[in-house]
Design a protein around this ligand. Structure first.
Ligand code: 9YT
Length: 133
């Protein structure tokens, strides 16, 4: 069993900062469970363009208001607590944080912790993985 607390992760190597968000990673590839699990804060007013070509991401909003746009279909969805989405088709998408958003995110395959968003908004598959303990 793995038990972790957010306050242990904050300001550690598992607290990854990007220009538009902070991602607190409870589970990474090194934990060996087959997915990674993140508590992500998106900053108010930010817009994040993403395209997870190599991963499937599931996302559940637990705080804030935002707008999710599928950049392939053009469809937009209001995001608020209780809304869930999964990029099961690896869709290019954009998430606008109207207020601070707090999202619980699961990635498969799991992130190693060393990925950064590429110019296209994807995370690479790292081979060999550089894992954060
Ligand atoms: C929903 C969202 O914030 N996705 C981008 C960041 C990703 N969740 C991460 O790296 O934690």
């Amino acid at each position: 069993m793995i038990v972790r607390r957010l306050d242990e992760i904050e300001d550690s190597e598992r607290d990854v900062r990007a220009p538009t968000f902070a991602s607190r990673r409870f589970l990474l590839a090194a934990d060996g469970v087959g997915f990674s699990f993140h508590d992500t804060i998106l900053h108010p007013g930010s817009v994040t363009s993403m395209w997870y070509r190599h991963h499937v991401e599931a996302v559940y909003c637990i705080e804030g208001e935002g707008e999710l746009t599928d950049l392939e279909s053009g469809a937009s969805h209001h995001i608020e607590p209780g809304v869930f989405y999964v990029l099961d088709g690896h869709e290019r998408h954009e998430l606008k944080a109207l207020t601070q958003l707090r999202m619980v995110c699961v990635f498969t395959p799991p992130l190693t912790g060393a990925e950064v968003h590429g110019d296209d908004g994807s995370y690479p598959i790292l081979d060999p993985p550089r894992e954060v303990s």
